[in-house]
Write a new protein. Sequence first.
Length: 149
Amino acid sequence: MELEKYNLLAQEQLVVSLYLKSMNKAQAARDAGFESSSVFSKPSVKAVIEEQLTIRAERLRVGGDWVLGELKRVYDRCMQTADVLDRDGRPTGRFEFDASNAIKALALIGKHTDVRAFEDKTQAPLGDSELIDRLNRGRQRVNERNNQI
C-alpha cells in the first residue's frame, strides 16, 4: 500500500500501516514509537485511515448488508433445532439450540440496525440465565405441541 502520496511523516505512515494490520490503535502507536495513540486524532491520519478502510471494504465487498446477512446466518444456525441422540444414535425426543449465541447475534443485529427494541421498558430487563430458561421453556412447549400433532 502506498502511503507516501498522503504527505504523512514516515512515522505517521508506519503507524497507519501497523494500525491497518492490527486494528489496535494503542499497539500500533507503541510499535511505531509514539508515546500515546493521540496521533490518531490528527485529521490527516484520520483521513488516510478512513480512505484505506473504505478501499478495503470495497475490495472485500464488505458492507452493512453483508454484516447483517452474516449475523442472520449465525442467528439462524444457533436457533436450528438438532435432535439429541442417545448412545446408539437414536433421537431422544429432546432438542438443543444455542440460545446464548442467538441472543448475542440478535443484540448485534439490533445495534447495527438501531432497532431500539428494548428502549421503552415497562419491566426490569431479564438476566441471561432467566432469558435462556424462558427460551428453553418456550422451545419445549413448541416441541410438545409438534409431538401431539
